[in-house]
Design a protein around this ligand. Structure first.
Ligand SMILES: [Zn+2]
Length: 212
C-alpha cells in the first residue's frame, strides 16, 4: 500500500540521514496557506498550489532533531588509552533560529580529551546534527554539544566552537552581510587550564578552521 505521506516531487532534495519529524503536516499546510493569504498572495494559483505541502515537509525535515535524543550517539563507546585531544573540525550544519524561524548555517568544531572513553568520529557529527535540527539559538546549540560530551564521556576536557551566519541578520533587519557569529563552550581542563585551552583552540584554528 502506498504511503500517503510519500508525496515527494522533483523539487525535493535527497533526504537527510535523519528521518523527518512526525509533525502535523496538515496543520502546517493550513498555517502556510494563511501566511500566503495574509501577505496578499493567492494560494490557489498554480505556482503556489503545492507550496503549503512542500513547506510542511521541509519543516518536518528541519525539525527532525526535536524527537531525537542526540546523546544516544554517545552511548556506544570504545575503551581506549588515548590521552591526546580528539577533534572533529568543520562539521557543517543547518539550523533554524528560533526567534525568526530563518536558517542559520555554519560549522561546528568539536573536541574532547578522553579519559578512557572514545566514540567514533561520525558520532560527533550526528551529535551536532541532532541538536541543530530544531528551533535553536547558537549559544544553546554550542553548550548542548559541549555538555553532552562532558556528561556522557566524562572526558578530561570538552570543547565546542561554532561559527555561523544567521540569515535573520543578513537578509533582513541589520542586513550585516558576511558577519559571522562565533560561540564557544569549554568544559573541564579546557576551561580551567589556559595552556590546554590554547592548545585546543589552536587546533581548531589550524588550516581551514576558524577564520577569526
Ligand atoms: Zn533570528
Amino acid at each position: 500500500m502506498p504511503n500517503p505521506r510519500d508525496t515527494r516531487d522533483a523539487s525535493d532534495a535527497i533526504p537527510a540521514d535523519m528521518p523527518p519529524a512526525d509533525v502535523d503536516l496538515a496543520r502546517i499546510e493550513r498555517a502556510v496557506r494563511e501566511i500566503l493569504l495574509a501577505v496578499g498572495e493567492n494560494p490557489d494559483r498554480e505556482g503556489l498550489l503545492k507550496t503549503p505541502n512542500r513547506v510542511a515537509r521541509a519543516y518536518a525535515e528541519l525539525m527532525a532533531g526535536l524527537q531525537d535524543d542526540p546523546r544516544r550517539h554517545l552511548k556506544t563507546v570504545f575503551r581506549e588509552r588515548y590521552d591526546e585531544i580528539v577533534l572533529l573540525r568543520d562539521i557543517e550544519f543547518h539550523s533554524l533560529c528560533e526567534h525568526h524561524l530563518l536558517p542559520f548555517t555554519g560549522r561546528a568544531h568539536v573536541a574532547y580529551l578522553p579519559d578512557g572513553k572514545v566514540v567514533g568520529l561520525s558520532k560527533l557529527a550526528r551529535l551536532v546534527e541532532g541538536y541543530a535540527r530544531r528551533p535553536q539559538v547558537q549559544e544553546r546549540l554550542t553548550t548542548q554539544i559541549a555538555d553532552a560530551l562532558n556528561e556522557e564521556l566524562n572526558p578530561i576536557g570538552a570543547a565546542c566552537v561554532i561559527e555561523a551566519v544567521h540569515t535573520c541578520m543578513t537578509i533582513r533587519g541589520a542586513k550585516k552581510h558576511g558577519s559571522t557569529m562565533v560561540t564557544s563552550a569549554l568544559r573541564g581542563i579546557f576551561k580551567e587550564n589556559p595552556s590546554s585551552r590554547s592548545e585546543v583552540l589552536a587546533l581548531m584554528h589550524y588550516g581551514n578552521g576558524l577564520k577569526v
